[in-house]
Design a protein around this ligand. Structure first.
Ligand code: IPE
Ligand code: IPE
Ligand code: MG
Length: 251
């Protein structure tokens, strides 16, 4: 062992103690870009730009920690209520991110998946996203799920509609609908259960993110603003998770 502090996730990875170990699926509400910029007297876009850099390094760090799935909340269905200029800036950053990072991500064996109604974005952005998904579809080292125009209530509503339709058509029996029927209709279908949900910037709410999937996720809130969230911050969060005792209603 190295001389790392006891809080290091390495202890968990080594299987010491009786905690939860390394999470398979981590989701992050990447919040605080605007405040990061504001505190420096910079425009909000500067915070978003820095936030993208943080996202890139956290993807790398997650892979190194052995996290199988990382889900990042990048744009919520409620973020349309921001000024048009900020939305345009965010879309530009998304374009640039895909163009700049896709090949490297693909080379790292990362499969990209998107949840949320990204079809509502500009056609060229949709094309870039579809290209990224297709380019990495055969990768299996780790999965990066990006939530784009995502809203959990809308996701659940669509699932309910699809199930109701099946029942109305006689393809399913209402009495046979279980939690896994609903799971299978959500955009996260097939992903491992959410283990750890992180939110940065000190806000303690879910903001319509993975409401169903977070049923037994461990929650971790940190005051760190997203642009300052780095590899060590992820290790701290994962180390905290590793020491938690998950009971799922049992003893
Ligand atoms: C998160 O940072 C990024 C997005 C929601 C796209 P914010 O832009 O919400 O930053 P704050 O919360 O205003 O500081
Ligand atoms: C949540 O952050 C959405 C993303 C991080 C993409 P917001 O900044 O939009 O959330 P609220 O408005 O503070 O709840
Ligand atoms: Mg915010």
């Amino acid at each position: 062992m190295t001389a790392e502090p006891a809080r290091s996730v390495d202890d968990a990875a080594a299987g010491t103690g009786s905690g939860a170990g390394v999470p398979r699926h981590v989701a992050i509400i990447m919040d605080g870009n605007g405040r990061w910029a504001q505190r420096r007297g910079l425009p909000r876009i500067a915070g978003h730009r820095k936030g993208i850099e943080a996202a890139r390094s956290v993807v790398k760090a997650a892979g190194a920690l052995g996290i199988e799935v990382l889900t990042l909340y990048a744009f919520s269905s409620e973020n349309w209520s921001r000024p048009a200029a900020e939305i345009a800036d965010l879309m530009d950053l998304l374009r640039r991110f895909i163009r700049k990072e896709l090949e490297a991500l693909a080379g790292e064996g990362i499969r990209i998946r998107v949840i949320g109604d990204y079809q509502a974005f500009e056609p060229d952005v949709v094309e870039l996203i579809d290209g990224a998904i297709a380019r990495t579809a055969d990768n299996s080292k780790a999965t990066l799920v990006v939530a784009l125009n995502y809203g959990s209530q809308s996701e659940i509503t669509q699932a309910m509609r699809a199930i109701a339709h099946d029942v109305a058509q006689g393809r399913a029996d209402a009495a046979d609908i279980t939690a896994s029927t609903i799971d299978s209709r959500l955009s996260t279908n097939g992903l491992p259960p959410l283990d750890l949900l992180i939110r940065t910037s000190g806000e303690c709410r879910l903001s319509n993110f993975l409401l169903w999937q977070a049923a037994y996720a461990e929650l971790y809130f940190t005051d760190t603003l997203w642009p300052d969230f780095d590899e060590q911050a992820l290790r701290d969060a994962v180390g905290d998770f590793a020491r938690r005792e998950r009971r799922y209603g049992g003893l």
